[in-house]
Design a protein around this ligand. Structure first.
Ligand code: ADP
Ligand code: SF4
Length: 681
């Protein structure tokens, strides 16, 4: 296939100072949960992006000195010359595919707790730690500023020696340099604070010094926020940002523009849609001749072209779209836009950083597995096992298994009880704000329909006898899980209903099936991810009075890892949903729920006519257990939620792993390569 000529503009080379990007696809710095701990894992992950056609591929935030240490959040480092070797792995790999490599030099200020380095954190004043640790920063004096400038320069020189082509001055996201620019924070009385000119001084010096140090070989980029804050009407307040921008314009070779509100810039799709930064970008391009990059979770080539043509940006910046599909540019180049694995905006990728572990992605099961498992996002070795494969259940696990097995050349039968494919994804995508989750199904369905070796059987609920009658060599059970009505008290599952109230105890599955409580309702969320909040919103939309209760101290506490917890709570408050935190549910008699304080057990009664239990799920593994009885003429596996209920990403991963491993000689005792420091001897 050939490229659609309307997309040609995306493939124009763009000059950035002394270097030239081969096209307009720009993977902006994004955290990977790998940082300095996993250099080989990281290099292989970034390489795949370059191979997939991204013209510029950047690191995550890269600390310039141990006084900027964000552990347990993984970050890159350029602290000494030994770090250069680690980064070389990445730059060489990126260069091998003709792309440029970028590094985002970083000092965290009050956002770096220095839990690992144990140095006092420093910022422009003595401020409380940004992550809530009970310690404060040291106020930087002139000698600290001199040190900082020297560390930044030395890190830039190391970056150049490591082979980077683009070196960043990072002046956003509440890190040290952003605080120097901030008029409310920076009230210093010296030449680095107070007036606009003084506040900009440090950033200006760092840009100039970086250019002087490495500017002959490397482009110098500045990451800068286009807005100061959001007004009460939800519109950005530009304030003095334009003036600041004008004062610095002409110094950097590239502007990387984002906004201050992280939860909007990388917002989940439930609340933030494609191209959300555009309203903030309005003035930027008109004020500069320097190339500009910005993000917007762009996955549609037409939207990308429109952003360039309308002068919003010069580069299509991406973190998440490049994670979900490292080969997005190549697919557009080859006229295969329909093959793009579109990001669903769930931010599971970001949770890796938040949890201090390597990145994973709901849509792309190979993300983070490029080195340790040798998985490529587009290529799978041809099949080695003989015989047909039957997959029972077409949720994310079954669909991905069928897709990947089909790609390997297996003859595959995919049987699904329902009419629609997609399992939980199809059901959940109908809940408020969740429509983009359907992309997990849509990408796979679209791929499956092109595979002559995969047969799909809808409305086919199979029994054990049916499975045996099909006469295949391999069977994978992917029948999913259903929400339970019980609560779990850390030891056992127990019923909540008393006195015949069981019929008024519902689950998210009931709500998704269209069942509604008859009056005021309690949503009890012991799961802690998005489902409790979404169900509460769904019921509120029916005009019901809704109370949300959770044993946790915060609403949707796990969704803090995906950056959406705060938006979920704000949404609940906006919709008038009652919120009870640190509250457990003891019982429900059909008219009253007995709630207990999670700390002192004090009871409280709430008059409700229904309770929705968002607690845990029961694997739907009956079919698997029946088939497991006795010996079988086929290999048998269970995958996804029917094996161990989890997030959608885990189901996709399980399906993919099953397909990769079928017929392979897998070492169960040492299934992974372990990326760790090599010790002498
Ligand atoms: P996962 O997340 O593990 O992929 P889901 O719950 O999303 O699991 O999907 C499981 C799918 O399996 C559902 O679409 C369900 O209709 C289907 N299913 C369950 N039991 C059977 C069966 N016996 N035969 C065919 N399909 C089944
Ligand atoms: Fe997109 Fe979710 Fe993958 Fe992140 S994890 S890239 S948000 S699909």
């Amino acid at each position: 296939m050939t490229r659609d000529p309307r997309h040609d503009i995306l493939f124009e080379p763009v000059r950035i100072g002394p270097v030239t990007a081969p096209n307009r696809f720009y993977q902006v710095p994004h955290c990977s949960g790998m940082g300095w701990q996993f250099p080989r894992t990281l290099a292989a992950m970034r390489e795949v992006k370059a191979e997939g056609g991204w013209g510029v591929v950047c690191t995550e935030y890269c600390s310039i000195h141990p006084s900027s240490d964000d552990m347990a959040y993984p970050y890159a480092s350029l602290w000494d010359d030994r770090d250069i070797r680690a980064h070389r792995l990445m730059t060489d790999a990126v260069h091998a595919h003709g792309a440029l490599a970028g590094v985002e030099l970083w000092h965290g200020g009050r956002n770096a707790g220095n839990l690992f380095s144990r140095l006092p954190a420093m910022d422009l004043g003595s401020f409380p730690d940004a992550k809530g640790h009970p310690f404060q920063t040291r106020a930087m004096d002139r000698s600290d500023i001199r040190d900082l400038r020297r560390w930044h320069r030395n890190a830039a020189l190391r970056a150049r020696d490591a082979g980077f082509d683009v070196v960043y001055v990072y002046a956003t996201h509440g890190y040290l340099l952003a605080n120097f620019l901030n008029p409310r924070m920076n009230t210093r009385g010296d030449e680095y604070g107070g007036s606009l000119e003084n506040r900009v001084r440090l950033v200006r010096e760092l840009i100039e010094e970086t250019k002087e140090a490495v500017g002959d070989r490397c482009a110098v980029a500045v990451r800068f926020a286009a807005d100061a804050e959001i007004g009460e009407d939800g519109e950005p307040i530009e304030g003095e940002r334009r003036e600041m921008f004008a004062m610095l314009d002409g110094l950097p070779d590239l502007w990387d523009i984002n906004i201050i509100d992280y939860s909007l810039e990388m917002g989940v799709s439930r609340f933030v849609k494609e191209g959300a930064l555009e309203p903030y970008m309005g003035w930027v391009k008109s004020m500069t001749k320097t190339p500009v990059v910005t993000v917007g979770r762009f996955t549609s080539p037409d939207t990308m072209v429109s952003q360039i043509k309308r002068g919003v940006t010069d580069f299509i910046g991406a973190a998440r779209p490049s994670i979900a599909d490292p080969f997005l540019p190549k697919k557009i180049a080859e006229g295969r836009a329909e093959d793009i694995r579109e990001c669903i905006g769930c931010n599971i990728c970001y949770s890796g950083d938040a949890l201090g572990v390597p990145i994973r992605c709901t849509q792309n099961p190979t993300m983070g597995e490029e080195w340790r498992r040798g998985w490529h996002p587009e290529i799978i070795p041809s099949k080695r096992a003989e015989g047909r494969v039957l997959i029972v259940g077409a949720g994310p696990a079954g669909m991905e298994a069928a897709r990947a097995l089909g790609q390997r050349g297996h003859q595959v039968m995919l049987a699904e009880a329902g009419r629609a494919l997609g399992g939980r994804v199809t059901r959940e995508a109908a809940l408020p704000g969740m429509s983009e989750y359907a992309r997990v199904r849509d990408y796979r369905e679209q791929q499956l329909l092109t595979m002559p070796n995969v047969e799909i059987y809808r409305e086919s609920r199979l029994t054990a006898e049916d499975v045996r009658d099909v006469g295949v060599s391999h069977v994978a059970i992917a029948t999913g899980a259903r929400w339970r009505k019980e609560a779990f008290d850390e030891e056992i599952y127990h019923e909540i209903a008393t006195g015949g109230a069981a019929a008024r105890v519902l689950t998210p599955d009931d709500i998704m099936d269209g069942v509604l409580p008859g009056g005021p309702v309690l949503v009890y969320d012991a799961d802690g991810y998005y489902m409790g909040g979404v169900i509460a919103e769904r019921l509120r939309a029916e005009g019901l009075s809704v109370t949300y209760a959770t044993p946790s101290d915060s609403v949707s506490h796990w969704a803090g890892n995906t950056s959406e917890r705060w938006r979920i709570r704000a949404q609940m408050q906006r919709l008038g949903i009652g919120v009870e935190t640190a509250t457990t549910l003891a019982s429900f008699d059909g008219a009253e729920a007995v709630l207990r304080d999670a700390y002192d057990d004090a009871p409280r009664r709430l008059a409700v006519q229904g309770v929705v239990m968002v607690t845990a799920r029961r694997p739907d593994d009956t079919l698997y257990r029946e088939l497991r009885e006795g010996s079988q003429p086929f290999t048998l596996a269970r995958i996804g939620d029917c094996d161990a209920p989890s997030i959608i990403a885990a189901a996709v991963y399980a399906g993919h792993r099953y397909a990769r491993e079928l017929g392979e000689d897998v070492d169960r005792d040492a299934p992974l390569r372990h990326d760790r420091m090599e010790l002498p001897g």
